[in-house]
Design a protein around this ligand. Structure first.
Ligand code: HMH
Length: 215
């Protein structure tokens, strides 16, 4: 098919919510240099909880790739995700102690993530969900590093974590895997994967909204 990638048509179709997830007021406040540090700390504590729940989710994606994928190099890309996540968790621990952040739990988003680990969720759906979860952070934090941004010096390292080029290339690799699988999938699987993407975008917006809870 010569047409645009499936994921690109989705992001055009769901433009408003996608922009809500990648250009959230919290991100714009970081970029504009006016972010409230208590909001940042609140986000940090919540994201540590999320990232810990992300580990078993990623393990479920790896298992599905190994069992179901038509391309063995998918496993290598996902393995790279574990390396990144391992690094991220170590960074969160350091940052949390540096900023004196207490850790909270019980997020609805984590429960949704858990539902995506079920064995009745196909590899195609799981890897597509994985792509969009990473892509939202990549786009959001890369925006804070673009020319003209006034991101506070002490938050640049946070933005680099997800906004760096390597993470961008990793998201592109995930996107290619998702599109390759979606092209070969039934309409039913494509519809389920799209519904999951929409749910994830809504959770991402809610997640950014939570940063306000700390203020
Ligand atoms: C809520 N979404 C959330 N946290 C993250 N760390 C990512 C996406 C990207 O890993």
């Amino acid at each position: 098919r010569g047409a645009a990638a499936i994921t690109d048509t989705w992001l055009r179709k769901h433009r408003l919510i996608y922009t809500g997830a990648t250009r959230h007021p919290f991100i714009l406040a970081i970029r504009g240099g006016s972010v409230d540090i208590s909001s940042f700390k609140h986000w940090l504590g919540q994201d540590f909880i999320f990232v810990r729940a992300f580990v078993p989710f990623l393990a479920s994606v790896l298992l599905k790739a190994w069992k179901e994928s038509d391309d063995s190099s998918d496993v290598d890309v996902i393995l790279g995700g574990f390396a990144a996540l391992n690094d991220e968790i170590a960074w969160f621990k350091e940052e949390a102690s540096k900023w004196g952040v207490a850790l909270e739990s019980n997020l609805d988003y984590c429960r949704f993530l858990e539902s995506l680990m079920n064995s009745d969720v196909s590899y195609t759906e799981a890897v597509t969900a994985f792509w969009v979860i990473e892509a939202v952070y990549q786009e959001s934090f890369a925006h804070c590093l673009e020319d003209g941004s006034k991101t506070p010096e002490e938050l640049k390292e946070t933005c680099q974590r997800w906004g760096n080029d390597g993470f961008g290339q990793y998201c592109c690799a995930l996107k290619s895997i998702a599109n390759r699988r979606l092209e070969k999938s039934s309409d039913d699987v494509v519809a389920k994967a799209e519904a999951n993407v929409l749910t994830i975008l809504e959770y991402e917006v809610d997640f950014w909204n939570m940063s306000r809870g700390g203020a």
